[in-house]
Design a protein around this ligand. Structure first.
Ligand code: GUN
Ligand code: ZN
Length: 435
């Protein structure tokens, strides 16, 4: 195979691999005039333009993004591919919202063609917002996960997905026996897991729609395929927590409903986690599982204010998810904007480095993918976003007054959205581009 070199000049920002939430100021890298060199879709080198160019003198054809910022591709650690149509459906909290809008909307994915078309729209929304990797919930229909995998494979994206399991407490048209969901998941694993850049996640929706048999079957799947992820929801809403306790009376707490079935390990992504007790947090930290903060969703459904400080205190890894359609924006920048405000309301505002870490290297660590994505270390897969602030004149005006990279990052988070995403590259190939 002939080797393909590509090079990009711009304002390049990332974190080094030793970065953690507490010491990011020592672990970020910013090259105001930087050069990113790729070979066969992976990072060959990244650094200061003048210095690197001297080492690689044969590089002709450098793509010039020198007025733009280049970031690792954004990571959305919790999103529903089958809820784009439910976005901005007003007037209720979680359980009513699911019953009134989400379940009827997900039913439509029983039609394979509908599933494919609406998933194509969904993936395009991720990409045009700069999201190159996501952990995705489908509907109960395997065609919904097939569509995510198939379109992601065509685009060569690194993606996690699973068919959602519900074997109790949902409308009949969405109920699937544990055995059927198990068999359909086995088929999806055979077809997609480990192919190209794809990963399967067993996806019991939440404790309210999972019977003990369903959770036992999910456990059996994890035992049979230890490399798969586990994703679900936990402690998002007070009425939900109450329902979960009522339906699983022998469990000590919400986490224990999953934990007693062996579903909490370092490949587990727990969405929301607003109402977790100290005991549950301690146990999550012990298992190495992660909690995914879904800021726009938690505000939209009036669910509550996530406590990032407590998570940090317990040593729990966290990432951020858009949680479309309860979330109100595919833009991870806008999700960070709301995460900041929530942390501010809690009296412990997140700093701009922490915010950017969530959707780049921190997110990659949560997904155990930091050996492949999340920053520009040599050998990493070259998924990246080119941000052009001049596409948003208010942001451009604000950045002209910024006195540090932290200030630039912060104003980008607060004011930025899909308008400023100029180009998106996946494995070095441009998938979104305004030029
Ligand atoms: N809990 C169970 N299912 C869902 C869902 O689809 N969205 C949200 N936000 N929470 C859930
Ligand atoms: Zn969700």
């Amino acid at each position: 195979m002939t080797q393909e070199f590509k090079a990009f000049r711009g304002r390049i920002f990332d974190f080094d691999r030793d970065a953690g939430m507490n010491d990011l100021e020592k672990h970020y890298r910013y090259f105001p005039d930087g050069l990113l060199i790729l070979k066969d879709g992976k990072v060959l080198a990244c650094g200061d333009f003048e210095k690197l160019h001297a080492v690689f003198p044969g590089l002709d054809d450098v793509t010039d993004y020198s007025q733009c910022y280049i970031f690792p591709g954004f990571i959305d650690a919790h999103v529903h591919s089958v809820q784009t149509g439910a976005i901005a459906s007003d007037g209720s909290q979680l359980l009513e919202w699911l019953a009134n809008y989400v379940f009827p909307g997900e039913k439509q994915f029983d039609n394979d063609q509908y599933a494919y078309e609406h998933t194509a729209f969904f993936i395009n929304q991720l990409l045009k917002n700069g999201t190159t990797t996501a952990a995705v919930f489908g509907s109960v229909h395997p065609a919904s996960a097939d569509a995510v995998f198939e379109i992601s494979a065509q685009k060569n994206m690194r993606m996690i997905c699973g068919n959602t399991w519900m074997d109790t407490n949902a409308p009949d048209y969405l109920l699937r026996s544990a055995g059927r969901s198990y068999d359909e998941s086995v088929k999806l694993i055979g077809k997609w897991h480990g192919k190209q850049r794809l990963h399967f996640a067993v996806t019991p929706r939440f404790a309210v729609t999972s019977s003990p048999e369903g959770l036992e079957a999910a456990h059996a799947l994890v035992e049979a395929y230890p490399g798969i992820y586990i994703q679900t929801h936990i402690a998002e809403n007070k009425a939900e927590v109450h329902e979960a306790g009522r339906l699983h009376p022998s469990s000590r707490n919400y986490l224990d409903i999953y934990d007693r079935y062996g579903l909490v390990n370092n490949r587990t992504l727990l969405g929301h986690g607003i109402y977790l007790s100290e005991e549950e947090m301690e146990r999550i930290a012990q298992t190495g599982a992660s909690v995914v903060h879904c800021p726009t969703s938690n505000l939209f459904l009036g669910s509550g204010l996530f406590d990032q400080t407590k998570m940090l205190h317990h040593g729990i890894k966290t990432a951020v998810g858009s949680d479309i359609g309860a979330g109100t924006s595919f833009s991870m920048l806008q999700n960070l904007n709301e995460a900041y405000k929530i942390s501010s309301l809690r009296g412990t505002p997140l700093n701009p480095l922490q915010l950017f870490y969530f959707i780049t290297l921190g997110g990659a660590k949560v997904l155990n993918l930091d050996d492949r994505i999340g920053n520009f270390d040599p050998g990493k897969e070259a998924d990246f976003v080119v941000i052009d602030p001049s596409e948003n004149d208010l942001l451009n005006y604000r950045i002209a007054r910024a006195d540090s990279i932290e200030d630039i990052l912060f104003s980008t988070v607060i004011l930025g959205d899909d308008r400023i995403v100029r180009s998106v590259y996946v494995m070095g190939k441009k998938l979104i581009g305004k030029d």
